[in-house]
Design a protein around this ligand. Sequence first.
Ligand SMILES: [Zn+2]
Length: 79
Amino acid sequence: MWAELIEAHQLEIEVNPPEESPIQGNRIVELYVLQWAVGLQYNHSKMCTHGKLNVAEELNRGKGLATTIVFGCNMCENK
Ligand SMILES: [Zn+2]
């Protein structure tokens, strides 16, 4: 009886299209930035266990060689 009810239920499938990164192209960074970014994710994981930091936005783009990249969490919306 339950198996018939389960089989009669239509599954809903959600597909989230991949979000386009706010950063396009290439950047030149010092290698310590990689270690800094790993530490940033590590420290954030202490307070937000399932959160993953992604690039949220790039500030000051096109205003010289220096730019600012803002990371945001996909779970708690912290930046
Ligand atoms: Zn978070």
